[in-house]
Design a protein around this ligand. Structure first.
Ligand SMILES: [Zn+2]
Length: 254
């Protein structure tokens, strides 16, 4: 797994979910709702570095918005073709076919049926060097009334951070609103890490049916949930990631 300076992502050695559940700042973050996050005139645009980030970050929100008949767009920045380096089972061309299929299956399990989908097909692991291209393409996609949900600029994975920065730049250019969501941040950060911007944190509660839809959507990412017999690699989505997807809330930096 790639790393950014001191926000290293060590597979299987993330901050335990118990530590987050005991975190007062997380528990007491001001509540928000889908309607508050995305006003009636607005479209929600979810920008996912890799297929599965949209579900991990805001699967519950997407499900709630879809049920309310709201406009949704998904920007798939990469097709996630670099998740299994050196694998004979999962070569890049197979991942390039399968991961978008898993993403479509996940959206349907969330109840998201008619989202606009924009596939940008940037190289997985190579978003940083195409930052300017990405930012320009996002400017073309965003409208001033949009609310853009994407990965936190400090998330720790280079693609996640580059996508967060590109979204911030394009949102500033177009007048869209930016909401950042930690994905790998839950893994590398400890609850008392001073880099966590708790002053911007908002907590979206999810009812049980929404949590169930989100968990079912997570199970669509089969390529990420199984060990790889050809390399001996553990699943990309470790038990900690799966546990976080089952939380009865989502946390965003608004
Ligand atoms: Zn990702």
């Amino acid at each position: 797994m790639a790393a950014v300076i001191d926000r290293t992502i060590h597979p299987g050695r993330g901050t335990p979910e118990d530590a987050w559940m005991a975190c007062a700042a997380l528990r007491d973050a001001p509540p928000t709702s889908a309607a508050q996050l995305v006003p009636m005139r607005s479209r929600a645009v979810v920008v996912a570095p890799h297929p599965d980030d949209e579900v991990l970050a805001v699967g519950g929100l997407m499900s709630q918005l879809a049920r309310a008949g709201r406009r949704l767009a998904l920007v798939a920045v990469t097709d996630g073709t670099a998740s299994h380096p050196g694998s004979r089972l999962w070569p890049a061309d197979r991942l390039g076919q399968e991961r978008p299929r898993e993403q479509a299956r996940a959206l349907s399990r969330l109840g998201v049926m008619d989202a606009e989908i924009h596939r940008l097909a940037l190289p997985d692991g190579g978003v940083q060097r195409l930052y300017l291209d990405l930012a320009e393409r996002l400017v073309q996609l965003f409208d001033e009334d949009d609310v853009v949900f994407t990965t936190w600029r400090m998330d720790g994975h280079p693609d996640h951070e580059a996508v967060g920065h590109a979204c911030a730049w394009a949102a500033a250019r177009t007048g869209a609103r930016l909401v950042e969501v930690p994905v790998w941040g839950w893994h590398w950060a400890r609850p008392d890490d001073p880099r966590l911007p708790w002053h911007r944190a908002r907590r979206l509660e999810l009812d049980e049916a929404t949590v169930q839809r989100k968990c079912a959507a997570m199970q669509a990412f089969e390529s990420q949930l199984r060990p790889d017999a050809s390399t001996g690699a553990a699943p990309i989505l470790d038990p900690g990631s799966v546990a976080r997807a089952a939380r009865p809330f989502e946390l965003m930096f608004a």
